[in-house]
Design a protein around this ligand. Sequence first.
Ligand SMILES: *[C@@H]1O[C@H](CO)[C@@H](O)[C@H](O)[C@H]1NC(C)=O
Ligand SMILES: *[C@@H]1O[C@H](CO)[C@@H](O)[C@H](O)[C@H]1NC(C)=O
Ligand SMILES: *[C@@H]1O[C@H](CO)[C@@H](O)[C@H](O)[C@H]1NC(C)=O
Length: 352
Amino acid sequence: LISPCKKFEHPGFTLPALTFYQERVNISCQCANTSCPSDLQVTPTPTDVKKNQVDTRPDTIVLLWMWPFGSKHPLSCDEFNITGCHVTVDKSVYHQAHGVLFHHRDIGNTAMPTEPRPWFQKWIWFNMESPGNSGKIPNLDNSFNLTSGFRLDASMPMPYGSMEQLPSVKESFELPTKTRLICWVVSNWHERLERVKYFTELKQYINLTLYGRAFGKPLNDHDYENLVSSCKFYLSFENSIYKDYITEKLYRPMMLGTLPVVLGPPRENYERLVPPNSFIHVNDFPSPKELVDRLLYLDKNDNEYLKYFEWRKWFTVTRAKFAQEACCRACVYIRNNKGYQVFASINKWYWG
Ligand SMILES: *[C@@H]1O[C@H](CO)[C@@H](O)[C@H](O)[C@H]1NC(C)=O
Ligand SMILES: *[C@@H]1O[C@H](CO)[C@@H](O)[C@H](O)[C@H]1NC(C)=O
Ligand SMILES: *[C@@H]1O[C@H](CO)[C@@H](O)[C@H](O)[C@H]1NC(C)=O
């Protein structure tokens, strides 16, 4: 029962139907591109569920149970042009809330609701960290109704960034002035990490501009943007390699007009989110040496280099707004999908 998704055509690239802006997308189409997780069961509400709490509120209410990592953000859905949603952290609306969103990292240090859930209420498990960076919690199975996060097969997928089609095709685009060749800003350093192994070999063939805590040169947001936009290439190396785990390390350089060199899941995975010719994948080359040869070639051949930015004539890139966006997506989803849903085995689905 999958409805067709609205697709945007662009030479060589079809936008995945993940965007929820303007409510133009029927959310239930999301399984068309991904396979629906088999353990997401959608069945009629069981007859023994007592409808003693009445769902009378005109708005769809989503309660954010805890601020992810304790950091507070705006919660309104106005900027996504979504109306009829009330997103709040006020726990006193618990009995009216249609959705309650829980951030995985903070489950365990925040008390969970103790009062029974109203029959219409859905609990949403939200996680933007990779399985390797997320502690496993034993009792996740059969307690949540929906999942949200970067996994494209989540009930409500939310990648770290998305491409938005421009209102009209642009004739040309401009890149910031380039004064550096390859840059990398990195904090988390460990010899066992794939990206550290790759870098260790790469640096034998080329000098790089290196910043971040790992090199004793941390950068604030502003300096990061100034630096990265001045680089021809940026190493968008993920800290751990998992299906769909493609973070702001890809999207920020794209936004800044810098060509990402990615290390993460396979190329096909990236191609589900961004145009095939908008990045360079380390797996495209037999070894770091050949990658360096290619980058040096592109440095000398502007026309070839600029081809990687053709997408800028059709699209802009935006970054996800974590809790706010997750709550607004949840609101739209819940409004459109009122049936009974239980996500039976989060642990197996997420950690395998
Ligand atoms: C919201 O609607 C306004 C007015 O129609 C439009 O200019 C804006 O681009 C829309 N924003 C999004 C995120 O779709
Ligand atoms: C890196 O820079 C140093 C100092 O300028 C130079 O001696 C070295 O040959 C360069 N290494 C590579 C691989 O280009
Ligand atoms: C949500 O999941 C819980 C726990 O499995 C279940 O008892 C409840 O009926 C579900 N609610 C809805 C609206 O799907």
